[in-house]
Design a protein. Sequence first.
Length: 428
Amino acid sequence: MGKALGPVCALSLLLLGCAPASPRPAASPSPSALPVLRAVRIGTVDLDRVLQAHPRGQELAQLRRRILELEAELRTPPVPPRLSPPTIPSSTARIQQALERRVREIQERIRTETQRQLEAHAAQLRSAFQAEMRVLQDNARAELNRFAEQVKAEQQAQLTARQREMQAALEAKVEERRKELEAATRAYEEETARVYRDRLLNLRLKLEVAQPGSREEVDRLVAEYERLQRERDQKVQEFQKEQRRQFEAYLEEIRQQANAELQAYAQALEVQARQRIAARERELQEQLAEAARERERRFRELLQAYQETLNQQARERARREIQQAVEEARKAERTAVEEARRALEELGRRAQERYLEEERLRVERLARQVQELRAQQQNLEATLLAEVRVEVAAVALERKLDVVLVRHLSAPGGLDITDEVLQRLRRR
């Protein structure tokens, strides 16, 4: 806030003449009269509060905070790298470390190769066994299909035989029923003919003895004779029609019974066939499961034998290669130690140079950032104070104030116009 006192003082001095000038006292005819002085109206503004509440006050605070952080970082250089003379391991430790590393590499490589060979052999065996199982499954599937076809043929033969038996029985029942109805029809026809025979015979005799000149009587007798014949024939036809209806109803009834019985028999055969096929399928599945278990046992035995052979070969290879590695490590010890010393010394020198160069670049970068941020801070403060100066002047004119002071200066009895300035800033 100390950096902002300059603009604030300028603000207070500028506002000093904002209020309208007091009218000069009229010239007194008496040279001894003194002018009357008017009381000065003073206003105060809490500049810190105004800047904090300004819409861009947060931006100004962030700039100030970032400048402080960069200045602190600029004053705190990083810890330089600690350079210590290289430590050369002893010959025994050097040989032991190289040997252990080479042994681990050899063991890991041989273990990986052995595992890869074992997995390849296992995949080959598994593929062969799976091919055998696919053949067995295809054979079992074909066997089940043949069994299903056989059961279906047997079922169809039984159903056909049952259908023929039922057809024969149905035809016998139909024939028996037909004969019964025909006998009833003949009996009814004979009874009806007997009932109308006497009446028709009497009419015929009357026609034979009728006088030729009595035409009306003859027509009446002929009409009566024909009516009786029609009545007789109609009764016979109605009886025959009823007999046919009963016969057709009987046919439909026994046909439905036969169809229901045949359908029930077919369903029973179907259930029996499914049960036989399911039982055969379980037998074949059990055979396949047993074959799979047997091949799994064979697979494990062959794989275990092959693994033992591979392990024996791997142990022999590891022994030879480890012995060779020990000899190579001893030969390369002196060369490795010298190269390690030179490499460590070169690494320390380069680390020191890199540290100095990085520190120079860091200082330049931080100084440049601080300079840029200070320029931004000054521009932003100037912009904010210009806006505040305009609003304070406007409030001072409205309130008829002669002087507006910042809160840092003492002004007993002064009017605080901070809230009014803030309201005008928010409305911008």
